[in-house]
Design a protein. Sequence first.
Lengths: 282, 332
Amino acid sequence: MTAVPTHNEAPSLAARARNIRRHALRMGQVQGQGYVGQALGAADLLAVSYFHALRLDPSDPDWEDRDRFYLSIGHYAIALYAALIEAGVIPEQELETYGSDDSRLPMSGMAAYTPGMEITGGSLGHGLGIAVGACLGLKLKGSSSWVYNLLSDGELNEGSTWEAVMSASHWKLDNLIAIVDVNNQQADGHSSEVLGFEPIVERWASFGWYVQRVDGNSLEQLVTAFDQARAHQAAQPRVIICDTRMGKGVPFLENRDKTHFIRVDENEWALALEALDAGSQA
Amino acid sequence: MSTEIAAKKRLTTSAMIASIAAEGQPTKPAPFGHALASLAEQRQDIVGLSADLSKYTDLHIFAKAHPERFYQMGMAEQLLMSAAAGMAREGFTPFATTYAVFASRRAYDFICMAIAEENLNVKIVCGLPGLTTGYGPSHQATDDLAIFRAMPNLMIVDPCDALEIEQAVPAIAAHPGPVYMRLLRGNVPLVLDRYDYRFQIGKAQVLRGGRDVLLVSSGLMTMRALEAAEQLHKDGVDVSVLHVPTIKPLDEQTILAEARKPGRLVVTAENHSIIGGLGEAVAGLLLRNGVTPTFRQIALPDAFLDAGALPTLHDRYGISTQAVAAQIKAWL
C-alpha cells in the first residue's frame, strides 16, 4: 500500500456496501425510479474506494490533499450519492430529496450541485480525459494525490476514452487509477452485442496500462486489486476491470430481465430493502 | 472581379503558415506566443496545451520558453479540451490551442460540458478563424462564432491585430472563466498602434468618427474597415469605425449609443458566415431596443467556400478592403 487512508475500516466493508445499497434503494423509492441496478452492482467497488482506498475528509470534500474520484458515468449518481452519504459527506436525510426540484441530488451527477461530486458526468467519454489533465496538474504541483475515474463498459464505445487511454500511457500517469464497471448492459442491450469490448484486458494492456480484472462484487478481490494498483511500481497508469452483476444483493432484481434501466414496481421497493437486509444477515 | 485578378497575376493557395498581411504592411511575429511566454514568467499557473498544432498556433514560442509547462496532447482535440479542464480543476490556467474548425466542430461537447458548464478557467485560442486559409471548408472556420455564441459562460474575443493580441493575452488570463479567442498567427499585421488603442475585455471602441456610416467590425475586419474608411473618405463618404473585439458578452451600451446617433447607415463587418456572428448579434441587440437604422451586413455567405488564394477569396466573398468599400458605396 502506498496511500494511507485517513479513516478506519470499522464498520466492515461488507456493512458499508450493504448501507450503500440501502441508501440507493431508498432514493429509488423516493423517486419511484432510478439506476438502482447499477448502484447495487457498483456498491462493492464504491465501498472499497471510499472506505479502503481513498484519502478524503468528509467534512471538507474539497481538501487539497484528497484523492480525486471522478464519476464520468453521470447516471450512476445515485450510487455515488449513496457512497457519499455513507461517508458522511452528504447528510442521510437528504436522500429524501433525490431527483426533486432544487435538490442537491439530481438524477445525473453534476459538480456544481453536490459536495463530493468532482466532475459533471453524463456526456460519456469525458471523465478519463479530464482525469488525464488532473493527473498532469497534480504532478506539476508535486502532489501525491491519486485520481480515480469510474467509467463503464458502455463508455468504452466512445473514441474520446481511447484518446485518453493512449495519452495516460504516453505521459506515464502512475497517479491514475481507472475503474471500469463491466455489467455488460447499456442503453440498447448487452454491451458485448452493442459494440463488443473484449478482449478488454489485452486492449488496455496493449495501450500500456497495468491491468487487473476482478469479480467486482468480491470485496476481497477488490481490496487486493486496489492495493496492488497503488503499490505497483512501474510508471504507468492502472486500470481495474470489475465484472459486476446489476441488482446485486437483491435476488429478485439480480434475476430480473435486465436492461439499462431495471424496472422496479411501486410495491417492490420495500421488498427489495427487506431482501437486502435478509441477505446481509444470512 | 476574380477574372480580372486572374488576368493580372496567377495567384496560388497560400501556405498554411502564410501571413494575412498585405505587402509592405508592418507586422509583428507570433504575438500570441511571445505574449504568453512573457506572461508565464510572472504567472506560474499558466500552462499551454496543443493538439499537434503548436507550431501553427504560435504556441511553440511558449513551449520553447517554458518546456516544463507545455503539454503536447497529440492530434486528439476531445482529449485536449478535457485535459485542459482537468488542469484548470487543479488550479492552473491552461491555454489550449488548435484550429478553430477542430475546436468548434470536433471538440464542441467537451468544451461545453467539461469546461463551460463548470465555468472552468480554460482559454481556448484557435488559429484559422473564418476565412484565413485557402485550404477549403475542412480548415475554414466560417461558423465558429455561430457555434460558440450559444454556449453559456463562454466569453468570445476576436482581436484585430498583433497589438491587440499582445494585450488580450494577459487580459483573458486575468478573466476568471472560459474564453474562446480567435487567433491571427505568424507575421501578424500591426494596425492599432496608430489609434492610441488599448484592449479592454468587453469594451467596444470607436477608432474613428464619421457622419455617414457606422461600420461595426471585429477581428481582422477592423483592419479592412479602417482601410475602407480611408478610401471612402477620398470619395467624400465619412465612415466611423466601431471595433468590437469582444463578441460575447457584447458591449451593448456602446453599440446602442453609437447606433442611436441619427442619419447614419449601420453596417456590420465580420470574418464569419452571415449566420450567427457579429452581424446578427448586433441586429438582435438593436431590434430588442427599438433602434432601427438602415442596417446592412458584410459577412461570408452561408456556403462551403472555395479553396484558393486568400486575396482572391476575400474579393470573391466580399471581405477585402476593395469589396467592403464597394458594398458600402452601393448601399448609400
